[in-house]
Write a protein that binds this ligand. Structure first.
Ligand code: NAD
Length: 525
């Protein structure tokens, strides 16, 4: 219980040094053995009942402590994030630290109200009864995360799962495991080590964890892995939430402010060096401003400072993985071979991790940069003439994660927004729905299944239990046995008066109800 863990205050006063990692041998980043995983589930199942006993206020207090630990120790968290991901310092601060703190604040403010029992309407037909929804834990939730935002993708789902009362097992990506970082934060906040357990390992470890039948899988990662997980989960009937990739479009109409839209698109395409599920990966510019938009975007891209910096001055960092560098090279070479024109980054050798922005025009639909997720600093610019044409082209994608629409005419932006087959749209801004923890997040089509964050995001981690309360009495319900011809007649009249409305229907309904009730009570067996 909360009062037993009073040492946390002292712990957070120490500077947490994440470069002194918890001692995890390198082989632990590969496949974990089944016995160890079995043990993890045994601990989780025991932890479930402890967490259920914590009141919602107590769980929220732990979230506040986690927030305070992060506030005290974020410089060393950023150091470790930069070592593993090679992102710029400002990207790490804003997208991982600020966003997590902001989301913790949301949980602190909203969890109690979101998770309290809700009374719902009980129709006249069920007179005398009361109806409620209880938001209960699911049990043990498995969270599997990708390498691009390793702190955010850890803390946001695991803290939501925890406030909802679940035991949580978290498997980070083997590429950016941040070994020890999350454990240190949770333990400094006084949390029991079995409430949220962190298991390092690769995809095979993820698959073994699934075989132990968690009550829910919350997966963020690629479409390819998402499909494998869903297939495995289907056999075991485990519910899944899938947060997958994207090929997000930015649509810029000719009345949009050029200065703002070019800067917005540049940031949206290049934050985290484009290694973000909601990166702008297709830029549609209306014909009249196409040349001036492209020229300004190229100028601004050329001015960006690229470094894995210590002082916060760099705009963009480096690529995180060798594998992703290969994808960017493949997409670049494919585009050039098919006739695209490259306006920036001609000096990139195809191997270095600090890939400069690669802005392309003359795009054709057969190019990989048109249809496949690049997950790197590639910006294809396409032109369009009409609104209906750009909507059709933007929707012509297997993905449906986010989009942005830029125009002075807000009505037009809203009209286009309604037509886009995606989960999130920012108008005259970019990737900003993610900046508001009150907005749910998720995609359609190949971008995933389900929503998290926002008030409805709590439901992702809950068993919503429907409860109907009746009085304890000797009364027999009219719809219980025995059935009789007379009952049938009364039910027929009730059905017709309830749903075929006329001025007398309510009176007929009430009188028939009384007759049915009296008949049913006489029939008691
Ligand atoms: P990935 O699919 O390769 O790996 C994600 C995680 O799944 C890793 O932890 C990995 O070890 C694990 N895994 C791999 N195979 C598994 C299996 N068979 N069973 C269980 N777990 C398995 O993805 P990645 O390369 O780490 O991340 C990049 C992808 O993630 C991109 O496509 C990106 O768009 C997507 N992403 C989506 C969101 C979102 O919220 N929609 C956010 C960030 C990243």
């Amino acid at each position: 219980r909360l009062e037993d863990t009073n040492q946390w205050g002292e712990k957070i006063m120490e500077t947490l040094n994440y470069e002194t990692k918890i001692n995890v041998p390198p082989e632990m980043l590969q496949q974990q053995n089944n016995d160890k995983i079995k043990n993890v589930f045994t601990h989780a199942r025991k932890a479930e009942s402890q967490i259920r006993l914590l009141s919602i206020e107590e769980r929220i207090t732990y979230v506040s402590r986690v927030k305070e630990v992060i506030l005290k120790s974020y410089p060393s968290i950023i150091n470790q994030l930069q070592i593993e991901t090679k992102k710029s310092r400002t990207d790490a601060l804003v997208s991982e630290i600020f966003s997590v703190l902001d989301y913790c604040d949301f949980l602190i403010k909203e969890s109690k109200k979101a998770l309290q029992d809700k009374s719902v309407k009980t129709p006249l037909m069920l007179m005398g009864k009361k109806s409620y929804m209880y938001f209960e834990p699911l049990g043990t939730v498995l969270v599997i995360s990708p390498w691009n935002y390793p702190f955010f993708q850890a803390l946001v789902p695991m803290m939501t799962s925890f406030v909802c009362g679940n035991a949580t097992i978290y498997k980070p990506s083997e590429v950016t495991p941040l070994i020890g970082v999350v454990e240190n934060v949770l333990s400094a906040a006084g949390m029991d080590s079995h409430w949220i357990q962190i298991i390092y390992g690769d995809g095979k470890t993820g698959a073994t964890l699934i075989n132990h039948k968690p009550d829910k899988i919350f997966f963020t990662g690629s479409v390819q892995t998402g499909k494998k997980i869903m297939e495995q989960a289907a056999k075991l009937l485990i519910p899944v939430e899938l947060e997958l990739g994207g090929k997000d479009a930015a649509i810029i109409f000719d009345d949009a402010n050029l200065e703002r839209s070019t800067s917005g698109v540049l940031w949206g395409a290049l934050t985290n060096l484009g290694q973000s599920c909601t990166s702008v990966e297709r830029v549609y510019v209306q014909e009249k401003i196409f040349d001036s938009f492209k020229a300004l975007l190229v100028n601004k891209a050329n001015e960006l400072l690229q470094s894995v910096d210590q002082d916060g001055n760099a705009d963009i960092g480096s690529m995180t993985t060798e594998q992703q560098i290969k994808v960017v090279k493949e997409h670049r070479d494919d585009a050039l071979a098919k006739g695209a024109i490259l306006h920036t980054g001609n000096n990139w050798d195809g191997h270095a991790a600090n890939i400069p922005p690669l802005i392309f025009t003359q795009i054709t639909p057969d190019m990989k940069i048109y249809s496949e997720e690049t997950f790197g600093p590639v910006i294809p610019i396409l032109s369009f003439i009409r609104e209906d044409e750009v909507i059709q082209d933007a929707n012509n994608s297997s993905y449906g994660l986010s989009a942005s629409v830029w125009s002075q005419d807000i009505e037009r932006c809203q009209r286009v927004t309604r037509e886009l087959k995606v989960g999130n749209v920012s108008i005259n801004n970019v990737m900003l729905t993610e900046g508001n923890p009150y907005l749910p997040f998720g995609g359609v089509k190949d971008s995933g299944i389900g929503r998290y964050k926002g008030i409805i995001g709590f439901q992702t981690f809950c068993n919503i239990k429907s409860v109907l309360i009746d009085k304890n009495s000797s009364k027999i319900e009219a719809n219980w046995f025995p059935y009789t011809q007379k009952k049938y007649h009364y039910f027929e009249q009730l059905t017709l008066s309830a749903f075929r409305k006329n001025p007398w229907s309510f009176v007929v309904f009430a009188l028939t109800g009384i007759k049915l009730e009296s008949h049913a009570q006489k029939l008691k067996r």
